[in-house]
Design a protein around this ligand. Structure first.
Ligand SMILES: C[S@@+](CC[C@H](N)C(=O)[O-])C[C@H]1O[C@@H](n2cnc3c(N)ncnc32)[C@H](O)[C@@H]1O
Length: 264
């Protein structure tokens, strides 16, 4: 593993996504509580992932994290495979599925070098993962390679022009007296794992340009609306203050087209 990817691995192997904030234990109840919170904060995942359409399909999830979506695919009757760069996420997901009497072919694996033959899945699903991998275009071309012609990839990546980006700029560029820092620098240094990227719609379209059909939409997230803990890296008095004064109603009315890019 090269240094950049090792850093991504080490970041997510310290705590899987949402583990510190929303996973109260390691048993069935704890995983259930985390999933409840996940779909309360991000209800749009349910439609985007299309769990109900997965019965009998060969599905690969890339970047399983704590495994809530993986559980849904398994419960829906998918012929399921899941990978994650980290041992921790694979352990969580295996433990979660076992607690519910479910199964999947789970392994540690790298989105940039998928160990599957060409055209071997009907559906590839990846929520909030590929923008963390150092060579995102390579990961996207791997998704295309292993997808059957006529198959579907549902991929969520971060949107560059988001309120989260604006908040990072206020906190680290403006208040950090480094207003020259670009949004790309800010996402890479301060959002989550080192090197995280975010895309404009045009950039996302270019990234997926070898797919025969691409539809992209953006949503306002709980992060943009400060409706949740902002993430495992972000805490403090300034954030608490912002959470109290954040004009959510105004944002929802006028800025409903910022947030992560979903391409499928
Ligand atoms: C923000 S978390 C998202 C996890 C899960 N999909 C979710 O929505 O909670 C990012 C995940 O991507 C994984 N990841 C990052 N780079 C990866 C790569 N190259 N291959 C596979 N997984 C990767 C990380 O280990 C981490 O579990």
């Amino acid at each position: 593993m090269n240094t950049d990817k090792q850093q991504v691995h080490d970041f997510w192997n310290e705590a899987s996504c949402g583990e510190d904030l929303y996973l109260p234990g390691l048993d069935r109840e704890a995983y259930e509580a985390q999933a409840r919170k996940r779909y309360e904060l991000e209800p749009y995942i349910l439609e985007f992932a299309g769990f109900d359409r997965a019965r009998g399909m060969q599905v690969l999830e890339i970047g399983v994290g704590l495994g809530a979506d993986h559980q849904r695919f398994s419960q829906a009757g998918a012929d399921l495979t899941g990978i994650d760069l980290t041992e921790r996420a694979v352990e969580h997901t295996a433990r979660r599925l076992a607690a519910f009497g479910l199964s999947s072919k789970l392994a540690v694996g790298d989105a940039e070098r998928l160990e599957f033959s060409d055209e071997s899945f009907d559906c590839v699903y990846s929520w909030g993962v590929l923008h963390h991998s150092p060579n995102t275009p390579k990961a996207v071309s791997e998704v295309w390679r292993i997808l059957r012609r006529g198959g579907r990839a549902s991929v969520m990546i971060y949107h560059k022009w988001s309120l989260v980006g604006f908040m990072l700029w206020i906190r680290y560029a403006l208040l950090g007296l480094r207003p020259w820092l670009s949004l790309s620098d800010l996402y890479a240094r301060y959002l989550e794992s080192p090197g995280t990227k975010a895309y404009s719609i045009a950039e996302a379209r270019r990234l997926f340009s070898h797919f025969s059909e691409v539809s992209i939409c953006t949503v306002l997230t709980h992060g943009d609306l400060l409706e949740s803990m902002a993430g495992q890296r972000h805490q403090g008095a300034l954030l608490s203050l912002a959470r109290n004064i954040w004009p959510r109603a105004l944002i929802k009315r006028h800025l409903s087209r910022t947030g992560p890019v979903h391409a499928n």
